[in-house]
Design a protein. Structure first.
Length: 223
């Protein structure tokens, strides 16, 4: 079950393609602007990225260049209505692994994703760890020794975010803005509820203390 970022400024395409990819077994996060895509790519790990050429506030090529410059290694499939050779060359030179022209058949998209995912797995980070607790991103499983528990998609995203930024405090509002899509109905109460259920699951593996709360500064995982 690969974790995938779908970045496209067409809400109807995002909704339809997200449903299709979910049915194909992917864990899908979405972004509809270049800023949202950069936030997701900077904060989380993905096995594969679908990136539209036009994202409103910036181009997909700009997002891709930033991602590659920060060491991002996940394969990237670019979507665009542009079919000229210069555009394809620009996308590939920026670090795209494949290129699909709109309109397209979803079966072809699915086949291209499967092909890209056959690249060597060691190039993609799939796990994170802190103080003996490990998170397997692809399966959303958190473990402590021989004990493990599976997290919901949002619980896993919350834990992954804090693990990627160990030793830093984050308020509920900061977590909401970083972990919940901007077009969602996430609120500070939503973050607190998710944090509570995450801690309950961490308690089942004996590590309810992994995420510490500082009443003045927010939530933190100590390095």
């Amino acid at each position: 079950m690969a974790k995938l970022l779908l970045a496209d400024d067409d809400p109807e395409l995002v909704r339809g393609l997200s449903r299709y990819l979910n049915c194909q077994g992917y864990v899908v996060e979405t972004a509809q602007t270049g800023g949202d895509a950069l936030q997701m790519l900077d904060g989380f790990s993905f096995e594969i990225v679908i990136l539209d050429w036009h994202l409103g506030d910036m181009t997909g090529v700009e997002v891709l260049r930033h991602y590659r410059s920060r060491g991002g290694k996940a394969p990237v499939l670019m979507l665009t209505g542009l079919s000229d050779l210069d555009s394809k060359e620009a996308g590939l030179d920026a670090g795209a692994d494949d290129y699909l022209t709109k309109p397209f058949e979803v079966r072809e998209l699915s086949a291209r994703l499967r092909s890209l995912l056959r690249r060597p797995a060691h190039l993609i980070s799939t796990g994170m760890e802190a103080d003996g607790v490990s998170l397997e991103i692809e399966t959303r499983t958190v473990s402590n020794g021989s004990r493990s528990v599976r997290l919901s998609q949002r619980e896993a995203a919350l834990l992954e975010f804090l693990l990627r930024h160990k030793s830093r405090h984050f308020s509920s509002a900061q977590i909401r803005d970083s972990v919940w899509p901007l077009d969602s109905e996430g609120s500070d109460d939503t973050v607190r509820t998710c944090m509570r259920t995450l801690r309950q699951k961490l308690a089942r593996i004996g590590r309810a203390d992994l995420i510490r709360t500082d009443l003045k500064c927010g939530y933190i995982i100590d390095a």
